[in-house]
Design a protein around this ligand. Structure first.
Ligand code: GTP
Ligand code: SPV
Ligand code: MN
Length: 584
C-alpha cells in the first residue's frame, strides 16, 4: 500500500514486538468499513442498533474499569523531568520504552493489528499532520475512521518520505495496573496500552492533536488548543469566528452547535470544530484556526432537543455510541434526553435498569462518535485548508461561585493571565473525584505536552507576533444560586453573551471596568425574550472582592508550583490584579 520505507520498517518492528496473528492495512474505503463492522459485530466490540431508526449506528460497551481518561496513568517522556514540568507525570524515555515494551511484547498474539493511517486537519492543508496508529482494537479503528480523514488519503499525503506521528496502541489486558499512556515528543511517538477508551486509545485526539502538537506548536510558532471553533452570522450575513477553551465536559460541543433563541431572529451559528483547534498567524497578521478532526466524540448525557438539537440530529446515522443505555427497540437513551425516562432498558453495564434503579442508566461520560459532515450547523468553511480567522478567544470553566458570566481582559497579556488562572470543577471525563475545583490553564492541564511554565510563556510570546490579536474573554455558564440551580439558562441563550463579545471586538457594547476586567453593564446584554430574575443577573455580573481574594491566593499557589519556569509577565499580572482589588 505504500513505498514509505520508514513507515514499513516501523510497522515491521512493531509487528515483531506485538506479535499479532494478522496485520491489516486500513484504506478507508466503504468496503473496508463494511468488513470491519461485520468483524466487530462478530467479536462483540459492537452491537447492532435499530437499523431503521438509527441506520449505520452501533453500540459499544467498554470495560467497567475503562470509562474515561486516566490522567494519573498518562506520562510525558522527555530526557529531563524539567521539560515535562510539575503539572505532568514524567517517565524517563528509556525506562518508558522498556516498561511498555515488556507489556507490548506479544500483546497482540491471537489478535489482528490494524495499521490505521490518518490525517489530522483538512486534506491539502499545509497545517495538517499525518498519524499512523497501530491498534488491536476494531472499535478504535472504526472510531478513527469517523473522527479523522483515514486511509489512502493519509498515505497519499505521506508519499515516500513524509513525516508522521508513530502511535502504537494495544488494549493489553485492560487492567489499570498495566495501563500506560506515554508520549515521546522528541520521537514524535505515542505508546498506549491497557485501555480501549476514548482519549486513552484514539491517539490522534488528545495524545497527538494536543500533547504532541503542543510541542510542535511551540517549536514552529503556533498553538494547539483544547478549543471549539464557531462562526456567528449576524442578520446582515456577516460571519465572525471565535475559539473557546473549556475543560472536558464543560460545554464546548454545546457552544459549537448552539441554536439561537427564537427571540434573536436572523442569527445563524456555524460549527467549525467542537474540541481541538490549531491556531496559526496568517499572512494578514490575524490568528487563523483549523479543526484537526473530522468528527465529534461528544458527551451523550444532557444532549436533548432543547439543549443541543444539532448534536441530536448529527447522531441519527453512521454513529457509534459508547456506554449509553439500550432501549427494548434497540435505540439508545441517556439521562437528560427528551421525555420521561424509559420504563425499562439495559444500562451501560448491560444490566436491567428501571427508573427505580439507584445508578444512572448511561455512564456520565458516555459518548457518541459521529461524522462532522452530518451536523446540520456544520460551517461551509470547516474544511477550508487555510482555516477561519479568529475574532475572539474565550476561556471558561465550570464554577458554581465567584466567576462572573462574562468579562473581557484588558489586553493580550492580561488575557493570557485570565487563561492561565482558569479553574474548573472536575467532571466525569477523567477518572477521579467529580466537582473539585482545580486550576486548569487554558483547559490544557491534562493535555499540555511540555512544561506548563514554558507553555504560558509561549502564549505570551505569540502576542508579540500577532499583529491583529483576537480579544480575550472569560465566561462561566455554571454559576448557581442558593437553591443549587444554574442562574444562567445557558445553551442557546449563550448567544447573548457571544453577541456582547463580538460587539466589544467591534469597539461597541457598554462595559464597566472592574479589577478583574470589563463586565457588561446590566443593559448591555441583549436579553430580549429572556425571562431572567434581575437579582440573578446582578449576581452573575457581580465581582465579590472577598471571594476574589481567595481566588488570588489559589492562583498564587498554582503559579508557585511552576517555579522558575513561571512567566514573570504573568506574575506581574497577578500582582497588578492584587493591587486593583485592594484599590477597589
Ligand atoms: P469534552 O468532549 O469532554 O471536551 O466536553 P465539552 O466541553 O464538549 O462539553 P459538552 O458540550 O459535551 O457539555 C458537557 C456537559 O455540560 C453536558 O452535560 C451539557 O449538557 C452541559 N452543558 C453544556 N453547555 C451548558 C450550558 O450552557 N449550561 C449548562 N448548565 N450546562 C451546559
Ligand atoms: C475530553 O475528555 O476532553 C474529551 C474526551 O474530549 S477524550 O477524547 O476522551 O479526551
Ligand atoms: Mn475534550
Amino acid at each position: 500500500m505504500t513505498n514509505h520505507q520508514k513507515l514499513t520498517a516501523w510497522v515491521d518492528e512493531m509487528v515483531r514486538l506485538c506479535k499479532p496473528d494478522r496485520v491489516v492495512w486500513c484504506d478507508g474505503s466503504e468496503d473496508e468499513k463494511r468488513r470491519l463492522t461485520a468483524d466487530a459485530l462478530r467479536s462483540g466490540d459492537l452491537e447492532e442498533l435499530n437499523q431503521e431508526k438509527l441506520p449505520g449506528c452501533y453500540l459499544h460497551h467498554s470495560a467497567l474499569n475503562d470509562v474515561a481518561r486516566t490522567e494519573h496513568l498518562t506520562y510525558i517522556c522527555t530526557p529531563t523531568k524539567d521539560e515535562t514540568g510539575p503539572t505532568n507525570n514524567w517517565m524517563e524515555p528509556g525506562e518508558a520504552y522498556r516498561t511498555l515494551g515488556g507489556l507490548f511484547d506479544g500483546s497482540m498474539k491471537g489478535r489482528t493489528m490494524y495499521v490505521v493511517p490518518f490525517v489530522m486537519g483538512p486534506a491539502r492543508s499545509p497545517f495538517s499532520k499525518v498519524v499512523v496508529e497501530l491498534t488491536d482494537s476494531l472499535y478504535v479503528a472504526l472510531n478513527i475512521r469517523i473522527i479523522s480523514r483515514m486511509g489512502k488519503v493519509a498515505l497519499d499525503m505521506l508519499g515516500e518520505t513524509g513525516e508522521f506521528t508513530k502511535a502504537l496502541h494495544s488494549k493489553g489486558d485492560l487492567d489499570m495496573a498495566r495501563r500506560f499512556i506515554c508520549h515521546f515528543p522528541q520521537d514524535n511517538t505515542i505508546w498506549s496500552i491497557g485501555s480501549g477508551y476514548g482519549g486513552n486509545a484514539l491517539l490522534g485526539k488528545k495524545c497527538m492533536a494536543l500533547r504532541i502538537a503542543s510541542c510542535l506548536g511551540r517549536q514552529e510558532g503556533w498553538l494547539a488548543e483544547h478549543m471549539l471553533i464557531v462562526g456567528i452570522e449576524n442578520p446582515k450575513g456577516e460571519t465572525s469566528y471565535v475559539a473557546a477553551a473549556f475543560p472536558s465536559a464543560c460545554g464546548k460541543t454545546n457552544l459549537a452547535m448552539l441554536v439561537p433563541p427564537a427571540s434573536l431572529p436572523g442569527y445563524k451559528i456555524w460549527t467549525v470544530g467542537d474540541d481541538i483547534a490549531w491556531l496559526r498567524i496568517g499572512p494578514d497578521g490575524r490568528l487563523w484556526a483549523i479543526n484537526p478532526e473530522a468528527g465529534f466524540f461528544g458527551v451523550a448525557p444532557g444532549t436533548n432537543k432543547k439543549s443541543n438539537p444539532n448534536a441530536l440530529a448529527t447522531v441519527q446515522k453512521n454513529s457509534i455510541y459508547t456506554n449509553v443505555a439500550l432501549l427494548p427497540d434497540k435505540t439508545v437513551w441517556w439521562e437528560g434526553m427528551d421525555g420521561a425516562p424509559p420504563e425499562k432498558c439495559l444500562d451501560w453495564k448491560n444490566e436491567p435498569w428501571t427508573p427505580a434503579s439507584k445508578e444512572k442508566a448511561a455512564h456520565p461520560n458516555s459518548r457518541f462518535t459521529a461524522p462532522a459532515s452530518q451536523c446540520p450547523s456544520i460551517s461551509p468553511e470547516w474544511e477550508n485548508p487555510a482555516g477561519v480567522p479568529i475574532t475572539a478567544i474565550i476561556f471558561g470553566g465550570r464554577r458554581s461561585q465567584t466567576i462572573p458570566l462574562v468579562f473581557e481582559s484588558f489586553n493580550w497579556q492580561h488575557g493570557v493571565f485570565v487563561g492561565a488562572t482558569m479553574s474548573s470543577e472536575t467532571t466525569a471525563a477523567a477518572i477521579g473525584a467529580v466537582g473539585v475545583v482545580r486550576r486548569d490553564p487554558m483547559a490544557m492541564l491534562p493535555f499540555c505536552g511540555y512544561n506548563m511554565g514554558d507553555y504560558l510563556s509561549h502564549w505570551i510570546g505569540m502576542g508579540d507576533k500577532i499583529k491583529h490579536p483576537p480579544k480575550i474573554f472569560n465566561v462561566n455558564w455554571f454559576r448557581t444560586g442558593p437553591d443549587g440551580k444554574f442562574l444562567w439558562p445557558g445553551f442557546g441563550d449563550n448567544l447573548r453573551v457571544l453577541l456582547w463579545i463580538l460587539d466589544r471586538c467591534e469597539g461597541r457594547g457598554p462595559a464597566v471596568k472592574t479589577p478583574i476586567g470589563l463586565i457588561p453593564t446590566p443593559d448591555a446584554l441583549n436579553l430580549t425574550g429572556l425571562n431572567i430574575d434581575p437579582e440573578a443577573l446582578r449576581t452573575l455580573l457581580h465581582v465579590d472582592r472577598a471571594a476574589w481574594q481567595a481566588e488570588l491566593d489559589d492562583q498564587k499557589t498554582f503559579f508557585n508550583k511552576l517555579g522558575d519556569r513561571m512567566s514573570p509577565v504573568l506574575t506581574n499580572e497577578h500582582a497588578a490584579l492584587s493591587q486593583r482589588l485592594r484599590n477597589a
